[in-house]
Design a protein around this ligand. Structure first.
Ligand code: SF4
Length: 476
């Protein structure tokens, strides 16, 4: 494993502490680079044409240190371009996983036009809001099942008319792949796949059309490595490895071990000639069953397994919510940075169309908590204000225990958000139930001019709570 400490990187920086990158010292900038929070281009002296001679070698050395352990491959172009691979660690807790594996949902050249267009539109438009982010399907995998280059070309054309999402062109027949590439090469699709039988022709296609290529050698890592070395020697380095995905429980253990071995080879053993992102194909679950429930079940189980175990990209089939949603959520969670909780910007938010009679709730800026409360208020049509207190992204219970939320911080947060309770008809706000012990101190801080209500511990119970507790009763 390469040594990528700030100290190791610092020795290649100019060491002038000039501050042009916005950091006070080169060491601080080095730490930012290692954490992937800064870009090398921000150290402008390194790119000064007048100093090119002085820094050229150092720049190369910095890039070597910063190169991810698993190679980074680009698929697609422009705003739709996707990063595949580019990971640095074996396990997420060692730092973070960085580029979530794109999901490519399949269409085939045997579909009739209406079905094809409908499915492409479904793939193109699929998105779900989850903890402050829109989760989307990133790609379309166009599969040749007819083996007919003309039919494949027609299918690729129709797909491209209905989506600008990046494509995977799937066939083991070089003639079929060529027919697709003639239409789609400019969009830099990934081609799937070269194997021991077709590698010469597919390598030529990848070279001619300048596209990334998948190497397939199911359940044979020696064969996969041999293919990778051959392609590398031919100057083809935008590679994705397909070590085979077990279609169900049979051979799943072997599949899993192969994925782990590939990640270990890249990250822990530093095999730079075999450090490419790995493709998983949960779609394979459908090759052994016609039962839609069993197929979707195994597809989802495989996707979950390989999201956790280092797949860099996936080809999938089932778009049923019970298959897509769990895997989307798992992927989101695995690919969030464990070093910093997902947060919303602290401040006052409106839910619905609140006015001076509307209740004022508060929660923390931990995204999961915030969006749960916001959703519970919004879906119950409770027009209200919602204050997200800055707890550095920590939830209510933990921040009460850890001191990230306190009565004085709540008062300051309302003041910073410009909330004047005298202008409301009720002069009150509602604490989460888990902050109940702050209520007395808060009323004291407000000189007993603001009523502090204690809401339920679970925001799902807010509608029931409001029936009996809202609006507050002031004693005359
Ligand atoms: S711009 Fe470069 S040389 Fe200047 S402080 Fe930052 S890292 Fe150091």
């Amino acid at each position: 494993m390469k040594e990528s400490s700030p100290l190791n990187l610092y020795k290649f920086l100019p060491k002038t502490n000039c501050g042009e990158c916005g950091e006070k010292t080169c060491m601080a900038f080095a730490a930012g680079l290692i954490a992937r929070e800064r870009m090398i281009e921000e150290c402008t002296p390194l790119f000064d044409p007048k100093k090119q001679k002085k820094y050229a070698k150092k720049l190369t050395q910095i890039k070597e240190v910063l190169a991810p352990e698993v190679a980074l491959i680009y698929v697609g172009t422009g705003d739709r371009q996707l990063k595949v691979g580019g990971e640095d660690v074996m396990y997420r807790h060692q730092m973070t996983y960085i580029n979530k594996p794109p999901f490519a949902y399949d269409v085939t050249d045997a579909m009739d036009e209406a079905d094809l267009v409908e499915r492409v539109k479904l793939i193109h438009g699929w998105r779900k809001f989850y903890i402050g982010n829109w989760e989307e399907v990133e790609m379309v995998a166009v599969r040749s099942v007819t083996g007919d280059p003309d039919k494949f070309a027609k299918c690729v054309k129709k797909v491209m008319e209905n989506t600008d999402k990046p494509l995977i062109l799937c066939s083991f027949d070089p003639k079929v792949l060529k027919a697709g590439l003639e239409l789609a090469a400019e969009k830099r699709p990934l081609i799937y796949a070269a194997n021991k039988d077709n590698w010469k022709e597919v390598a030529q296609l990848a070279y001619d059309y300048k596209v990334p290529v998948t190497l397939s050698s199911p359940f044979d890592l020696d064969g996969l490595k041999s293919l990778a070395l051959t392609f590398r020697e031919m100057g083809l380095k935008d590679l994705v490895l397909d070590p085979g995905t077990a279609p169900n429980g049979e051979k799943l253990q072997e599949s899993l071990h192969n994925f782990i071995k590939l990640r270990r080879a890249a990250v822990e053993e530093g095999q730079r000639d075999f450090n490419y992102p790995v493709m998983s194909i949960p779609l394979s679950a459908w090759f052994t069953t016609d039962d839609p429930v069993r197929g979707a079940y195994w597809e989802s189980a495989l996707a979950a397994t390989f999201v956790i175990r280092g797949a860099g990209i996936m080809i999938r089939h089932s778009m049923e919510p019970h298959s897509v949603m769990p895997d989307m959520h798992l992927r989101f969670n695995i690919y969030t940075d464990p070093r910093s909780p997902v947060q919303v910007k602290p401040g006052l938010y409106k839910v619905g169309k609140p006015d001076e009679t509307s209740p004022v709730y508060l929660t923390t800026n931990f995204a999961l908590t915030y969006y749960t409360v916001e959703s519970d208020l919004g879906s119950n049509e409770i027009d209200s204000y919602l204050l997200a207190v800055d707890t550095e992204g920590i939830g209510v219970q933990a921040s009460v225990a850890g001191g990230q939320i306190t009565p004085s911080k709540i008062k300051d947060s309302f003041a910073e958000a410009g909330v004047d309770f005298e202008k409301t008809s009720h002069r009150s706000f509602i604490l989460p139930g888990m902050c109940a012990r702050f209520s007395g101190e808060l009323e004291e801080l407000y000189g007993y001019k603001v009523k502090v209500l204690v809401g339920p511990e679970d925001s799902g119970r807010i509608p029931g709570w409001m029936k009996t507790q809202w609006p507050p009763k002031w004693e005359e």
